[in-house]
Design a protein around this ligand. Structure first.
Ligand code: ATP
Ligand code: MG
Length: 566
């Protein structure tokens, strides 16, 4: 392709709204342009890379035995009414009306559409298991679209669905997809982890998220420094064993702690370690008020609280409710003398402490020498805190470290949730009607593209892996006004194309400096420059990632490129 005839508007300046590298570089290098907040167009270079990521995904899905379809992006509200999600999905779902005032949504995901298709078409166990997928734009009215392609409102997703006759069959589909995902992200050259995730509201069981390790990631992952264990930090169980303090209980005292607000301030004021104070937080768990107590150096994990109560909803109690129940606001709470309507639950670590301090439920006062059991009752001890760096890994191997991650993929056992609501059943080999079991599997294709750029860049631009670059070769003619340079470059362009090598030819009448800068920005792995030595039929070759240079005879350039790409 000739660059002079291509839409690649490069920018020297970093766009004001672009906070992270992938966003900055993809805009500056002319790969994408924003149309509205969180909505982008892919220009020719961007489209080519997106297509390469898509093709990797497509190949791995096909290998996994899934069949590609293309479902409608426009979905009637009735389908979402059937699953109940028309009401529960919230304002992320883009809703609209047709001319007859019928309600529709732009597809944010396709469980409903797929389930309705399979429900109507598949009636026998003989057709199961079945896996389908599509690669299609999804629409979600995100609260905070940001970071370019990482969190868009219109974005490209691969979504796959499995329909199975049993839980065991679903396990197999899940496993197959899990492997396919590992292949996809490996082939994309990404440093990633499959992490155990929270199955949330959907009623599913197993779920893993595929996370690309990156400082700009929105999620924090807890992983083992020696095994492949990795989990979202909300999900990671704490496997620490606490030692009993061994101190003899002293007499409970109430002391004045004027103006001491934070845990650290109180600890400093009372002259003890942070871990010798108790942290008490009031929650409303469905309709029940619950005080959660942890050690002062630990953080309450509300996902674990929600699981402990098997609750629908967990939220912090309001300051008003707290005052009504305990007679004081947030700053001075503690588990001693709480009224019966408040349940006290505590983290396992609290069971082992002795002679600690806690709020006295009276502004400006704390208790010291508090001992659990003697001074307050705990309904349940449970794992209620966030895991921390240095904690033992839950799989018993090594210690926990933290890293930030970008979620590029998600595999999820849905179970019978949709099939039951939407009546997707089949006849088993005994002729008995059964509900199908489902899995759903998503990859953020456009987000993956951005994640690749996050991992492959330097201070001059993008540094694509060989298999993902928009072109294999960037051919530059430094001074096309010189006949011998133009002729040789034109000739090489023809030869490279004829040899099936993807080549972008910078034939523009621009200064050499501009051409080199753009070339570095684009990040095409191999650059061939036709310059001063064109008369001798010698060109310069440079590798974008390593900066390695070579002078090569133009007659052997095809062979050189083919070898380089082997
Ligand atoms: P997130 O927690 O980032 O909002 P999600 O849990 O809503 O993601 P899924 O519904 O599992 O995401 O969607 C499947 C995949 O689609 C995700 O793993 C992610 O890679 C991608 N994805 C989700 N939302 C967006 C978005 N707004 N922009 C780009 N990609 C997205
Ligand atoms: Mg989301």
């Amino acid at each position: 392709m000739k660059q002079s005839q291509m839409l690649v508007p490069t920018l020297k300046e970093i766009p004001a709204d672009a906070e992270i590298k992938s966003h900055q570089l993809l805009v500056r290098a002319g790969y994408i342009r924003q149309i509205a907040s969180g909505i982008y167009s892919y220009l020719p270079l961007g489209r080519r890379v997106l297509k390469k990521v898509e093709d990797i995904v497509r190949e791995e899905m096909d290998k996994a035995g899934a069949h590609e379809m293309l479902m409608s992006a426009l979905q009637p509200a009735e389908l979402w009414e059937e699953s109940g999600r028309w009401h529960t999905y919230g304002s992320e779902l883009m809703r609209l009306h047709d001319r007859h005032d019928r309600e529709f949504a732009l597809g944010a995901t396709h469980e409903e559409v797929t389930t309705s298709l399979v429900r109507d078409a598949v009636k026998s166990y003989k057709r199961l298991p079945l896996m389908v997928y599509q690669i299609q734009n999804k629409f979600r009215d995100e609260k905070r679209p940001r970071f370019g392609l990482l969190r868009g409102r219109e974005f490209l997703m691969k979504d796959a669905y499995s329909f199975n006759e049993s839980a065991e069959s679903l396990d197999q589909s899940y496993e197959t997809m899990f492997k396919a995902y590992s292949n996809v992200f490996t082939r994309c050259g990404l440093d990633f982890r499959a992490v155990i995730a929270d199955s949330g509201q959907m009623g599913g069981k197993d779920t893993h998220e595929f996370m690309v390790l990156s400082e700009v990631g929105e999620d924090v992952i807890a992983y083992s420094d020696t095994s492949d264990y990795a989990a979202n930090i909300e999900m990671a169980p704490v496997a620490a064993e606490y030692q009993a303090s061994g101190e003899t209980p002293k007499e409970l005292e109430k002391v004045e702690t004027p103006d001491q607000k934070t845990m650290q301030e109180v600890a400093d004021f009372l002259g003890h370690e942070l871990s010798k104070g108790l942290k008490s937080i009031m929650f409303k768990v469905d309709e029940q008020y619950v005080m959660v107590v942890t050690r002062g150096d630990h953080e309450v994990n509300d996902v674990k609280l929600k699981n402990l109560y098997d609750a629908r909803m967990v939220e912090m109690a309001s300051e008003e409710d707290t005052r009504r129940l305990l007679g004081t606001g947030f700053g001075s709470l503690g588990p001693v003398n709480v009224p019966e309507e408040v349940e006290v639950v505590a983290d396992y670590a609290v069971e082992k402490v002795a002679n600690v301090s806690c709020g006295a439920n009276e502004s400006g006062y704390h208790f010291t020498n508090v001992n659990p059991g003697r001074d307050f009752k705990v309904k349940d001890y449970a794992d209620l805190r966030f895991i921390e760096e240095g904690d033992p890994s839950p799989d018993g191997q090594g210690k926990i470290k933290f890293a930030r991650g970008i979620e590029v993929g998600h595999v999820f056992k849905l179970g019978e949730f949709y099939a039951e609501k939407m009546g997707a059943s089949f006849l088993d080999d005994q002729g008995k009607a059964k509900t199908m079991t489902m899995g759903s599997y998503g990859i953020g294709v456009s987000r993956t593209l951005a994640a690749i750029v996050e991992q492959y860049n330097d201070d001059r631009g993008i540094t694509w892996p060989k298999n993902l670059a928009p072109y294999q070769v960037h051919l530059l003619s430094l001074n096309p006004k010189k006949e011998e340079q133009k002729e040789l470059a034109d000739d090489l362009y023809e030869q490279l194309q004829a040899a099936g090598i993807e080549v972008l030819y910078d034939d523009r009448k621009e200064r050499a400096g501009v051409k080199f800068a753009d070339s570095d920005l684009f990040g095409i792995p191999l650059r061939i420059t036709v310059g001063k030595r064109a008369g001798e039929n010698i060109v310069e070759v440079k590798a974008r990632q390593t900066g390695e240079q070579d002078e090569v005879e133009s007659a052997s350039i095809i062979e050189y490129v083919k070898n380089w790409y082997k």
